[in-house]
Design a protein around this ligand. Structure first.
Ligand code: ZN
Length: 179
């Protein structure tokens, strides 16, 4: 497990928080460029307060921070109070699952995007294309509720794509992060 020193911990926490907001703004701009402008954001009436909501298509998007949501690739655990952070992140992950389940039950298509996917131009492009297609499908009355469903149409799960990207990154092929 990676660690950071006590003195940098608060800086890391602060930067994680502010970076996430910047990342959401960046993603909002990219969506707009693709003709997918989102008018409803951080909707507190919905479970989990989704970051982006396409009300007509009944699609919600969460941008999940690699730290707060416990990304296996990038989580850098603070050196001190590790028990606290492990428990905290585990609670967050459990809540994510509950929120996703509740929203699906209400008929929402729930899209969760890792922070690191938005920092990789190939992954970002993949997501923008998928979101565009998912919106188009929903508007045609075709309902997909999970990435498993979208596998049928897109030939590959989100998890598989993420794995491909991780491999590519390791091979230094896809190191053109837009941020
Ligand atoms: Zn990550």
């Amino acid at each position: 497990m990676d660690t950071v020193s006590r003195q940098t911990r608060s800086e890391v926490m602060a930067s994680v928080k502010s970076k996430r907001t910047k990342l959401e703004e960046f993603f909002a701009e990219k969506l707009k460029e693709r003709g997918l402008e989102v008018f409803k954001r951080n909707v507190s009436e919905l479970a989990g307060k989704p970051d982006f909501v396409y009300e007509d298509s009944k699609i919600v998007i969460f941008v999940d921070s690699c730290f707060w949501h416990g990304c296996k690739q990038h989580l850098r655990m603070p050196a001190s109070n590790q028990d606290y952070w492990i428990a905290k992140i585990a609670r967050n992950r459990k809540k994510d699952h509950q929120v996703t389940k509740k929203l699906k039950e209400e008929g929402w298509l729930v899209i969760r995007i890792w922070e690191h996917s938005l920092k990789n131009s190939r992954a970002l492009k993949w997501w923008l294309t998928r979101i565009k297609r998912l919106i188009a499908l929903r508007q045609l009355g075709i309902t997909l509720l999970s990435s498993q469903d979208s596998q049928v149409l897109f030939g590959g799960t989100v998890e598989e794509l993420e794995q491909d990207l991780a491999n590519a990154r390791r091979a230094s092929v896809a190191r053109d992060a837009p941020l």
